[in-house]
Design a protein around this ligand. Structure first.
Ligand SMILES: C[S@@+](CC[C@H](N)C(=O)[O-])C[C@H]1O[C@@H](n2cnc3c(N)ncnc32)[C@H](O)[C@@H]1O
Length: 218
């Protein structure tokens, strides 16, 4: 198992290039913060790293690399039909991701190509399904929970309530798209972040809209 040195870990150049080449929305500074959290959690716990919201694999590349380097694996959950804001007519829709035969979004093929291009297929378990359903049958602890799935209150709350019980005591909770000012974006991830703080987590780092949290000792 890799050891944590106290210095924020950075992904190698190939991993960073794969992240930047992948379809997705996460900026590089947030990606670096996510990777550092993932590397820290994997090194300390040795447990799998769990992501809710695979999309096309941009952030999964970082979790996979951190998991690989610590001798563990990344788990990533998505039904691959897209979130509300990714449906036709909405701000984040990408028509290239629609399956013409089915007439619905399907990000799974692109995700698989992303992982293949990054050489990280062997370090990820893709869980294709709805996050609450997967969480309900999940049976092992994870070292990191990264919430980046549906951004409604219903979905973000279900992700928090479904997966935090699987988070190891010394694991990390990471929440994406936390916008304290409603003018900057939707409030559901922010409310999940506030709830986590109220329920015993403390903030480890803030990078853009990415918040890294850890349970407070005692
Ligand atoms: C913002 S994208 C994830 C972006 C990705 N983490 C990245 O950095 O590239 C959100 C994803 O969550 C998925 N999603 C939304 N609600 C979900 C749910 N209830 N269960 C599983 N996946 C869900 C959508 O299909 C979409 O692919």
């Amino acid at each position: 198992m890799a050891q944590s040195s106290g210095v924020a870990a950075r992904p190698g150049a190939e991993v960073l290039a794969a992240f930047e080449a992948a379809t997705g929305f996460m900026p590089v500074d947030e990606g670096l913060a996510l990777y550092a959290a993932a590397a820290d959690a994997a090194a300390r716990t040795g447990l799998p790293l769990l992501e809710i919201g695979t999309y096309c694999g941009r952030s999964a590349v970082l979790l996979a690399a951190a998991a690989r380097d610590a001798g563990t694996v990344a788990l990533t959950v998505d039904h691959h039909r897209g979130s509300e804001e990714q449906q036709p007519g909405w701000e984040y829709h990408d028509a290239a991701l629609v399956d013409p035969e089915v007439g619905r979004m399907d990000t799974l093929p692109t995700f698989r190509r992303t992982l293949h291009a990054a050489g990280l297929e062997d370090h990820v378990i893709a869980l294709v399904g709805r996050s609450p359903q997967v969480a309900a049958v999940w049976g092992t602890s994870v070292g990191l929970v990264f919430i980046d799935g549906g951004h409604t209150d219903e979905h973000a709350t279900a992700d928090y309530e479904g997966w935090v019980p699987h988070l190891a005591e010394d694991g990390l909770l990471v929440v994406h798209d936390v916008f304290p000012d409603p003018a900057d974006g939707g409030q559901a991830p922010y409310r999940v972040y506030l709830r986590a703080l109220a329920e015993g987590f403390h903030e480890v780092s803030v990078t853009g809209s990415l918040r890294v949290l850890r349970r407070s000792a005692g």
